[in-house]
Write a protein that binds this ligand. Structure first.
Ligand code: AMP
Length: 463
């Protein structure tokens, strides 16, 4: 489809109440994925989109849905829905619901969010009346289908958001069963940050001659995050963390750990040090997670300790610090983690703690971003400046098979088989994208630290 990137929202034929909401939001120009996807979806086409969070993909599928609701005369019957949106996590489901409410504020569609971690009663009651839009995580939706709380027989549109993440969480069989329960003549859009074979197979089986769109990650201003690494022994980490988070510039921080237990332990230590802290991870109930997020957003808690999976969907402006208490197994997760700071034009500080065992992980990260991080001591004073990463300086590349495979920790970056690589134009983070060409010397940053590039801040994540 030919697209004129000077298109404005007013050129797309969207219904007036939607244009009004976009004006309220201050949106004038569609992002590239919106400029391509909105006309295609409004024309009733299926869509296969390679796009990450940060590209404006949520509005790309939400606006046509709302437009169809405005223009349709029929409303959903009891225990049914017109549009079904599947998302991998509760946080993402809630975030999509927020977008539907925001863009649909003058349309006022009926809406249900169905996800695990909360009691099903309220969800069942909302679906009882029938809803225009049902946003669901696959597991809980299957439960409701089995008990007869929802019937998907009259669904007109299905959106699969972050399909690769759903696959990683083991939802592919559920998705296939859910799609099989919807009418064949539906419209289907599948969005995924990467396009591994299994997702292509899903698209092949359930999409009808889709329009294919691939957009690169949005490059956010690379100067905004001041990154550094501190080398230390594992037992020193908790005390060091208290120190790093006790500086006056620390107004709001996210600490990343690899495990849920680790997150709890860190939160306890910080709390003992008198810091207002909460932990979010997969063992917390949805209500606990939401409460912790709300308190953090409102500034009631200063620090959030999170695992990668729980951090998915966190989009909070004003986070001043991101601390990698433990380095992620998957280098792309580092880029995602630090992307929680410096949002909305702010600056941010990212500090990584690296013990002896984590040095190979650090090397993977530095290879990915194309830099060696500036090394600072416990006072944040620079010992070694940031410089371009070279294989010669850091030894040979790690053997690929040492990378985690399968399950939640699967490497979400470039793969040995080329699936999902940036060269396929699908917008994946790859060593090339973050490579040396984007190197900015340390001089641009604060004294003692260096500034380094960031991607969308929403590359794939682990755990
Ligand atoms: P998403 O990729 O859907 O998570 O969107 C990323 C961010 O971009 C969200 O905070 C949206 O509110 C914002 N956004 C989406 N579309 C536009 C647009 N056309 N103009 C300005 N901001 C937008």
């Amino acid at each position: 489809m030919k697209v004129d990137f000077l298109t404005q929202f007013t050129d797309l034929g969207l219904a007036e109440p939607i244009l009004k909401a976009l004006t309220d939001e201050g949106y004038i120009t569609p992002t590239p994925i919106q400029a391509e996807a909105i006309p295609a979806l409004m024309a009733g086409r299926d869509l296969l989109g390679t796009a990450q969070t940060g590209t404006g993909k949520t509005a790309a599928f939400t606006l046509p849905i709302l437009d169809a609701i405005v223009k349709s005369k029929s409303r959903a019957q009891g225990k049914s829905c017109t549009v079904l949106i599947l998302a991998p996590t509760r946080e993402l489901a809630l975030q999509i619901a927020e977008s539907v409410k925001t863009y649909g504020r003058h349309v006022r569609p009926t809406l249900a969010v169905v996800m695990g971690g909360v009691k099903p009663g309220a969800q069942i009651r909302t679906m009882q009346r029938g809803v225009d839009v049902l946003i669901a995580t696959p597991g809980r939706l299957m439960d409701h289908m089995q008990t007869g709380a929802i019937n998907l027989g009259s669904v007109k549109t299905v959106i699969l958001d972050e399909a690769d993440q759903m696959m990683d969480l083991g939802f592919l069989p559920a998705i296939r069963r859910i799609l099989a329960a919807t009418p064949k003549e539906r419209q289907t859009a599948l969005l995924s940050a990467t396009m591994p074979k299994a997702i292509r197979a899903l698209a092949h089986d359930f999409l009808n001659q889709p329009v294919q769109i691939s957009v690169a990650p949005v490059a956010r201003p690379i100067e905004q995050i001041t990154q550094s690494v501190q080398f230390l022994d594992r037992p020193q980490k908790l005390e060091r963390l208290v120190r790093v988070l006790s500086v006056p510039e620390m107004t709001s921080g996210i600490v990343f750990t690899r495990t849920k237990r680790g997150a709890d332990k860190v939160a306890q230590r910080l709390s003992k040090a008198g810091l207002a802290v909460d932990a979010i991870h997969g063992n917390k109930s949805q209500n606990q997670r939401q409460r912790a997020l709300d308190a953090f957003k409102k500034g009631k808690t200063q620090i959030l300790v999170a695992t990668d999976i729980a951090a998915r969907g966190i989009d909070i402006d004003g986070v001043s610090h991101v601390i990698n208490f433990e380095l992620p197994n998957v280098p792309e997760s580092y880029v995602h983690r630090i992307g929680r700071t410096a949002r909305a034009g702010n600056t941010g500080i990212a500090v990584a703690f690296c013990d002896e065992e984590e040095k190979p992980l650090l090397k993977d990260i530095e290879r990915l971003i194309g830099y060696r991080l500036a090394v600072t001591n416990e006072d944040g004073v620079e010992q070694h400046p940031s410089k371009p990463f070279t294989e010669e300086a850091r030894g040979p590349a790690p053997v690929k098979k040492s990378r985690p495979r399968g399950g939640r920790n699967r490497n979400r970056g470039p793969r040995p088989d080329g699936q999902g690589s940036a060269s396929a134009g699908n917008g994946n983070a790859s060593p090339k994208r973050f490579g040396k060409s984007k190197f900015k010397p340390a001089g641009g940053g604060k004294p003692g630290q260096s500034r380094t590039p960031r991607s969308t801040g929403d590359t794939r994540r682990s755990a």
